[in-house]
Design a protein around this ligand. Sequence first.
Ligand SMILES: [Zn+2]
Length: 212
Amino acid sequence: MSARGGVVEARDLGVLGCHACGLVSRDIGADHSHCPRCRASLHRREPASISRTWALLLAAALLYIPANLLPIMKTATLFDSHADTILSGVVVLWRSGSIDLAIIVFVASIVVPIFKIAVLALLLITAQRGSDWRRPERAKLYRMIEFIGHWSMLDVFVVALLAALVHFQSVARVDAGPGAMAFGAVVVLTMLASLSFDPRLTWDSPKAPRND
Ligand SMILES: [Zn+2]
């Protein structure tokens, strides 16, 4: 048994944990083994976790730009029509006195996605280097973005809520702008990126094989 950097890993003990049902079984050393209880395939580490997570994360970061710059919805009345980006929507809500709603939209649509992207990038860079910098805190950060992930659809809900509000104000037409499409893609991509990151990589040292 050899512990790396004071951390005893499952593979040092010759066991594997099932990601689906949690059963710990003996690592028979085969490339493709299956969980004896639920038949899910077992991996010492998720295959190509780092490169897949990077790809999803970079796509999300790129789409974050049009999601914020392009109009997320277009409203048209008899008298005028205008387009709102997420940020200008927040300003409109704030000025019209819906301060709580403005804060919810700002946090859910602007702060949360950028926080998730930044945290995942940090986890990826440190995992790639096999860094032993603040491992318990990094594990906590991962659990935090996983928890936030459960609320990801809050952003979409907020957009639906906004559309409904505009309807109540007897506006003739509300259409989703191209920014809404980009925004939806950012939500889905960050969700997939946090799913494809293997949190066990946080505990790996540089000498250990990282991607298999
Ligand atoms: Zn299982």
